[in-house]
Design a protein around this ligand. Structure first.
Ligand SMILES: [Zn+2]
Ligand SMILES: [Zn+2]
Length: 680
């Protein structure tokens, strides 16, 4: 234990991994993380540039600048700082003075039109044969690339035999721009083809960055081959860029292979790999890598941001809090007040069920951006706090600093959805299109369809689906079928919707079969129930097993339905018996509407309901949790009607707060009722 009494992340990660890794089913990978995670944008090379800048300036002053043209890629001098001193050249004092004057003008130039004047002067008054002129051109190219990429391209094309600094300048500019990333790859290919200068260690990171952004795996692989051929295979910055490339393109194995083969690693290498695992939802692995990293490097802001993402995915509140405390204790004000770092904590606290802390972190942030507003709105929506979500949305648009983006409206619409606020939902959808000119995407339609269907307006939902400009996805059909099932729509309509799901290729259809069998069961069409079950068996469709996990002092304890593998199984089942007795004495009647064994005997049904994974998790929570502490449960599927009813009763009987994150949202059970107000 550390001085503060908190377990170290390594201890916590160890404990979490020890249990999580022993089971092969991820509990949270199926949680639809609609909240876009904060995207890291690693600058794998900037540190190197800064140090090279210093080096370069020193060498310039010593009069060796020409030899270093290839290394001068690192220059990050702003036009206002006159930091270039031309070398003493005894043979041509006049031209030196002239070149120096032009260079000083360049350093002080404030606009592209001034830059163009200097360029014109250079063309008119200097000789291209003079090496000083060549340097001048490389500076003009550098400055023009910062403000006018087309102009930089025109200038570049006029230079005969550009050196590698010039190539790199342009490639870097393209790789960093939002719209010209493809040009970076084209330029690199042109560089190879022309062959007068070869790409160097400053070329590759930017080419790889562009490939990663464009998911251009094959271009990236070719660059990788060239890297090995040119002898840069052990360069740490290049390898970091390769890890980033492979992970962005979904080739985690390749990323890991590059990482494993590195003879030297930096903190960035670890950060890129950890983030790669977080981005694909392999949170356990991310924590395992983080664990290894700690033997060698101190986590920085990027690391902590990724760890917060992993904790959000796993619902690992203790480790997430440790990471937060770590950043605050470390005393680095820049990191502690960083908008991305704080946003990742807001997101983490929301997803771990601590909405209040999320709000505190948000309110204390020195500044916000659209993503932080979105995280807060989505978090409130997920917890069913629709009014608060709309309040935050209102604050956001009234601040006049931030325009909502499509993700904001996913948050706003799902807030309305989780509370069944049909009119507000329609209004927000309309506002998005008319006021903010945002074209609704599939996800927005999905929210509205779900909202309408769950409120019983199935026909209006179907109308919306048929008028959508894009093909509805399986999520939309599934929410319609779910509504048909709950609202007792006609069997014919349900069958039609189910057919749409089964027709959509390549998706797991088990949910549709289960829902359809419920439709038949509630219509007492038992033969059809049997048919669906047989179809499922024939096609090898299996229902995703329910799995619930509880975090206790940094340990994640996982339970499947009917699980008997936990070391405290005997005590857990004793608690289940006590719960059963108390429920019976209160006159509780099980709700079989969603029991899987619809066609079997009542005893068996009751037995199977009683053993749903979250019940076992709750029993474990009652057994082990300190009094007064809420029981936090993460479930991979939706909570069923009966478990919802039972959880409410348990919260009253045992005077305990139970916070459940299921596949779609949070339920806070307290004093016999749930925060979702039974609308979910
Ligand atoms: Zn259940
Ligand atoms: Zn609820």
């Amino acid at each position: 234990m550390s001085e503060s009494g908190l377990a170290s992340p390594r201890q916590i990660a160890n404990r979490i991994n020890a249990h999580v890794l022993s089971k092969n089913v991820g509990t949270t990978t199926s949680f639809p993380l609609r909240n876009p995670s904060v995207k890291n944008n690693y600058p794998p090379n900037d540190a190197a540039f800064t140090s090279l800048t210093d080096k370069l300036l020193k060498v310039c002053i010593n009069g060796e600048w020409l030899a270093l043209n290839s290394a001068s890629m690192a220059l990050t001098v702003t036009p206002s700082s006159p930091s270039h001193v031309l070398p003493i050249n005894n043979n041509s004092n006049d031209s030196l003075t002239h070149h120096r004057r032009l260079l000083l003008c360049l350093n002080e130039c404030k606009s592209i039109s001034q830059l163009k004047q200097i360029h014109a002067q250079t063309l008119r008054t200097t000789s291209i044969q003079n090496p000083d002129t060549f340097f001048l051109y490389s500076r003009i190219l550098h400055f023009s690339s910062l403000s006018d990429i087309d102009y930089a391209f025109r200038l570049f094309d006029q230079i005969q035999d550009p050196n590698s600094f010039m190539w790199n300048t342009l490639i870097r500019t393209c790789a960093r721009s939002t719209e010209s990333k493809e040009q970076a790859i084209l330029l690199y290919n042109r560089m190879l083809k022309e062959g007068s200068v070869m790409p160097d260690k400053h070329t590759f990171p930017f080419v790889l960055k562009a490939c990663a952004y464009l998911f251009a795996l094959s271009d990236g692989e070719q660059a990788h081959a060239q890297i090995l051929k040119s002898g840069f295979g052990s360069d740490v910055y290049i390898n970091n860029s390769l890890i980033h490339l492979y992970s962005s393109c979904g080739c985690l194995e390749h990323a890991q292979k590059v990482f494993d083969g590195m003879c030297e690693r930096s903190v960035v290498s670890w950060n890129v790999l950890i983030d790669a695992f977080v981005q694909v939802g392999e949170f356990d692995t991310a924590l395992r890598v983080f664990n290894e990293m700690q033997n060698l490097f101190e986590p920085d802001g990027y690391t902590v941001q990724s760890i917060a993402g992993a904790c959000a995915g796993l619902g690992a509140l203790s480790l997430g809090m440790w990471a937060h405390a770590y950043i605050l204790r470390k005393g680095d004000a820049d990191v502690a007040s960083d908008v991305l770092v704080n946003t990742s904590f807001v997101d983490m606290y929301c997803k771990c069920g601590s909405l209040e802390i999320a709000r505190q972190v948000f309110e204390r942030m020195p500044k916000h951006d659209v993503t932080s507003w979105n995280s807060m709105i989505l978090g409130l929506a997920m917890h069913g706090q629709a009014e608060a979500a709309l309040e935050y949305f209102d604050r956001m648009i009234r601040s006049e600093t931030f325009l909502p983006n499509p993700i904001t409206f996913v948050g706003v619409l799902s807030a309305c959805n989780h509370r069944g606020m049909v009119n507000e939902g329609r209004k927000c959808f309309d506002m998005m299109i008319r006021v903010f000119k945002i074209k609704p995407e599939l996800e927005h339609y999905g929210c509205l369809v779900d909202l309408l269907a769950r409120a019983g307006l199935i026909n209006e939902a179907l109308d919306l689906v048929s008028n959508m400009p894009m093909k509805p996805d399986v999520v939309i059909w599934r929410s319609l079928l779910d509504a048909c099932c709950k609202k007792n729509a006609s069997v014919e309509l349900s069958e039609e919707v189910a057919r749409q799901i089964l027709d959509s290729e390549g998706d797991d259809c088990s949910g549709a079969y289960v829902l359809l069998s419920r439709v038949y069961a509630s219509a007492n069409q038992w033969n059809d129930v049997g048919l669906v079950r047989k179809l499922m068996t024939d096609k090898g469709v299996t229902k995703e097993p329910g799995c619930s996990s509880v975090e206790m002092d940094g340990f994640a304890h996982e339970f499947f339905a009917g699980d008997t593998s936990h070391p405290q199984t005997k005590e857990i089942y004793q608690v289940l018996d006590v719960i059963e007795e108390k429920l019976e004495s209160m006159g509780y009647q099980p709700d079989f509407s969603q029991a899987p064994m619809v066609d079997e005997l009542n005893d068996r049904k009751q037995h199977s309901l009683r053993l749903h994974s979250e019940r076992i998790a709750i029993a474990f929570g009652l057994l082990s949790m300190k009094p007064g502490m809420p029981i936090r449960i993460f479930k991979n599927l939706r909570v069923c009607n009966d478990c919802h009813k039972v959880s409410k009763l348990i919260s009253r009987i045992f005077n305990v707060e139970i916070i459940v994150r299921d596949r779609t949202r949070f339920h806070h059970f307290k004093d016999g009722s749930c925060s979702c107000m039974d609308y979910w």
